[in-house]
Design a protein around this ligand. Structure first.
Ligand code: CP
Length: 255
């Protein structure tokens, strides 16, 4: 008995976990904050304690607080899956990204990867930067100065996007997270020209390179709309692989 407990919006993660659970023969409950007793003032603690009392065995949780999901492991008596924790980590996204890279390129070892965009606010970037280090990757970080992290890990290097992507096996664009920063931090009108994928920049990619984005895409901001389904793009493949990866996560927990 599995509960999708999403306290922050989601399409891909929530429904791929639901499909994964159903394909494995599990029962899944989809919690909706707006129609729940949270809207009547029930606390988050009591909401989750309720699912524990009802017999939920796995809670798949997304929350805007960086540390809430980790802290829950100590409190509740069911297995917890992190489906996106604030600006901190998004491990199931990273696993599906790594699976997609290995499937498409044939290896995860010693790759050169560009991550471009709102890195400071991105839990996807943090999980991928941590995971890629284990496979000896060199990671270029690109984006507006205000959206780059303050601390740069030793396997990463801040670079200009046009210089980074010519050397990269994987180019990963990240969503500009309007909800997590002020408008003054990002100029949407010039973003694509300076940091996004456009006709000029796509020509710089290596023949074997792949384009990735965790979604949702701000079309014509991170990626020009006609390039979202470019032959090098694996964006929809990532979504498909999200189901298989999340099936593996659920099966691993159960077994
Ligand atoms: N990539 C991702 O986490 O998408 P959702 O917010 O739609 O789940």
């Amino acid at each position: 008995m599995i509960a999708n407990l999403f306290f922050e919006n989601s399409t891909r993660t929530k429904f791929s976990f639901e499909i994964a659970a159903k394909r494995l023969g599990g029962n899944i409950l989809n919690f909706n904050t707006d129609s729940s007793s949270l809207a009547k003032g029930e606390s988050l603690y009591d909401t989750i304690k309720t699912f524990e009392s009802l017999g939920v065995e796995i809670g798949i949780i997304r929350h805007s607080d960086d540390s809430y999901i980790e802290s829950m492991q100590e409190i509740f008596n069911f297995s917890v899956v992190n489906a996106g924790a604030g600006k901190f980590e998004h491990p199931s996204q990273s696993l599906l990204d790594l699976y997609t890279i290995r499937q498409e390129i044939g290896t995860l070892e010693n790759l050169t990867v560009t991550i471009c965009g709102d890195i400071k606010n991105s839990r996807v970037a943090k999980s991928n930067i941590n995971a890629l280090e284990k496979f000896g990757a060199k990671v270029f970080l690109c984006g507006p100065d205000d959206l780059l992290p303050k601390e740069i890990p030793s396997h990463c290097e801040v670079a200009k996007i046009d210089e980074a992507i010519v050397k990269s096996d994987v180019v990963m664009f990240l969503r500009v997270q309007h909800e997590r920063h002020t408008d003054s931090e990002v100029n949407i009108k010039t973003y694509n020209q300076n940091y996004g994928l456009n006709d000029k920049r796509v020509e710089l990619l290596k023949d074997s390179a792949i384009i990735m984005h965790p979604g949702p895409v701000n079309r014509d901001v991170e990626i020009a709309t006609h390039l979202v389904e470019h032959e090098k793009s694996r964006i929809f493949k990532q979504m498909e692989n999200g189901v298989y990866t999340r099936m593996a996560i659920l099966e691993w927990i159960v077994s």
